[in-house]
Design a protein around this ligand. Structure first.
Ligand code: 5GP
Length: 138
């Protein structure tokens, strides 16, 4: 599959679709997952048109990891989870559903989570309030 410029994250990056932004720098943007697995589930998205780990350059991968670490610390302070999952899917068989590379950061509260994706859209007010809580700790 080749990179599709019309995928939803490409549209968010171009400002054509809204998101609840938590953080942004020159190479990455972080926003709330619209169907969170848990409260505080965010996505770290590189500003590079790459579908998966095979296509994304090492430079951008490093930037994704740096932002992931920054956000992990902020989330730990802001949300006080008992654990934090950092993961990323490559290809439909691996569970990837949006074909622009992204890293999930998923807080866990008192017990293991056993699902890859959320199933319900979260209320925008709740996503925005959690986004601001995390952003305040960066
Ligand atoms: P993947 O399976 O590709 O790793 O995960 C894609 C993630 O993007 C899913 O967790 C899904 O809930 C999230 N998602 C899908 N569409 C949108 C959207 O329009 N906005 C936001 N913020 N997240 C989305």
């Amino acid at each position: 599959m080749s990179y599709d410029n019309e995928n939803i994250f490409a549209k968010i990056l171009r400002g054509e679709m809204p998101c609840h932004k938590v953080y942004e720098n020159e190479s990455t943007i972080v926003f709330m997952d619209i169907m969170p697995v848990s409260d505080g589930h965010v996505l770290v998205v590189p500003k590079s048109p790459a579908e998966n780990i095979f296509d994304l350059s090492e430079e951008y991968l490093k930037e994704v990891i740096k932002t992931t670490k920054l956000l992990s610390h902020a989330m730990k302070k802001a949300l006080r989870p008992s654990g934090l999952i950092v993961k990323q899917f490559n290809g439909p068989d691996a569970g990837q559903t949006v074909f622009h590379y992204h890293m999930h950061i998923i807080p866990v509260y008192n017990g293991a989570l056993n699902t890859n994706h959320g199933y319900e859209m979260e209320k925008p007010e709740k996503l925005e309030s959690i986004a601001q809580k995390i952003a305040a700790e960066i």
